[in-house]
Design a protein around this ligand. Structure first.
Ligand code: NZQ
Ligand code: ZN
Length: 383
């Protein structure tokens, strides 16, 4: 196992009715900016629960944070935080609202062009404290210190991160997910699945704890995901298990001491930036191509994945790996995602543009086995 430091200070308030406890987590005299998205929280009762819990606090609202939050929109909130001297941010929504709020937190005291928080990974020395009420299990943003922001003007979607941006607390009430459209439940299952894969399906470093945790999360998603989709009436236990699995998939725990990849995410982000395709859908398109490309280099982990997650025990190693990749894609299809670029009207012209962007950038994920020159090959295999 490799050396690591593990730090995760997020207080998780998990379960039914937990929104009512947020006042105990926020400093008494805090000036709060409550951030949210396009209004789902007003329809499902979450807004009312939060407002009731915040009674007596000084609360300003900022709504309209989009899916794949826009830098342009978030900068408007930054102005409000600066001018009103807000000292606590409360994000209420999905990963986009939580990510966007982390950016607001980081940008408030930042001097210079705030886009450099992403573009240059400029250091952040001070941030506004934040908390989250999560309504869409998927990204893990509620328990990590990263985020992803899109600049519409230049069609760029880029990540940022800093330990100052961990939420102080996150409420995970599975009942808040009951109002999710099926499409977003599916997105959550697939995003969480790919998060695990990015940290697990790399190279063996003798890390049975991380590996078994990761396999447990994958198996949970494979078992619970279809259950959540099978019924129109949400089941509390199923939603609770999905919610916790998605959080555990990207709160840092399974990624410590092992080699992390993130190539699928980096390529996927470009598909969202150029075509507006849902984050999880881009991952489902790209991942089978990345795995096929890595069949030889990552042979050992692919075989472990084949056997332990998909129960593939027969055939040659080559056959086992091929079947494991096929089963991965079949799972994405089974939950309802179309996994070809052509299914989403993306053609060769777009592959060329994305390939050029990586060529200029010079890197893809965190491992050298997926390089910029591999990107067109991978994407062409997904046309
Ligand atoms: O805006 P509202 O009206 O709230 O509607 C949202 C939005 O339209 C809706 N929604 C959320 N909760 C709901 C609900 N609708 C009904 N009932 C509810 N309970 O769902 C739509 C999508 O929401 P969004 O927040 O965009 O989805 P998600 O949580 O999948 O977040 C995606 C963003 O997170 C980033 C992605 O790149 C993308 O920008 N990621 C963040 C990561 C992180 N911080 O660690 C890692 C991920 O890999 C990912 O990149
Ligand atoms: Zn993701």
């Amino acid at each position: 196992m490799e050396n690591f430091n593990f730090y995760n200070p997020v207080t998780v308030l998990f379960g039914k009715g937990k929104i009512s406890e947020i006042s105990s987590q926020i400093p008494k005299n805090a000036k709060i900016l409550m951030t949210y998205g396009g209004g789902s929280i007003k329809k499902n009762g979450v807004y009312d629960q939060v407002m009731e819990a915040l009674e007596g606090f000084d609360v300003t609202e900022f709504s309209g944070i989009e899916a794949n939050p826009h830098f342009e929109t978030l900068m408007k909130a930054v102005e409000i935080v600066r001018s009103k001297k807000i000292d606590f941010l409360l994000a209420v929504g999905g990963g986009s609202v939580v990510d966007g709020t982390k950016f607001i937190s980081a940008a408030t005291y930042f001097e210079g062009d705030e886009w450099n928080i992403m573009a240059k990974r400029a250091p952040i020395h001070k941030a506004v404290d934040l908390g989250a009420v999560l309504t869409l299990p998927a990204t893990g943003s509620e328990m990590n210190s990263g985020g992803v922001v899109t600049r519409v003007a230049t069609k760029e979607k880029m990540a940022f991160g800093n330990a100052l941006l961990f939420p102080k607390f996150s409420v995970l009430d599975p009942e808040t997910t009951y109002s999710l459209p099926k499409r977003q439940v599916i997105n959550g299952i697939v995003d969480a699945f790919v998060h695990v894969m990015e940290q697990y399906l790399t190279y063996p470093v003798n890390s049975p704890v991380q590996d078994r945790f990761a396999e447990g999360l994958l198996l949970t998603l494979i078992e619970e995901g279809p259950k959540a989709l099978a019924s129109d009436t949400p089941d509390y236990e199923t939603r609770a298990n999905l919610m916790w699995a998605a959080t555990m998939a990207l709160n840092g725990l399974i990624g410590v001491g092992v080699k992390n990849d993130w190539a699928t995410h980096m390529i996927g982000h470009e598909l969202t930036a150029f075509h507006g395709i849902d984050h999880a859908v881009t991952l489902a398109i790209v991942m089978p191509g990345v795995l096929a490309h890595l069949k030889q280099d990552r042979s050992e982990k692919l075989l472990q994945y084949a056997e332990r997650v998909w129960n593939i025990t027969e055939g040659t190693d080559e056959e086992k790996k091929t079947l494991a990749i096929e089963k991965t894609e079949a799972f994405f299809n089974q939950v309802g995602i179309k996994t070809r670029l052509s299914d989403h009207n993306v053609g060769q012209d777009s592959v060329d543009i994305i390939a050029k962007r990586f060529e200029e950038r010079g890197y893809v994920g965190m491992l050298p086995d997926v390089s910029a020159k591999d990107v067109p090959k991978i994407l062409e295999s997904r046309l």
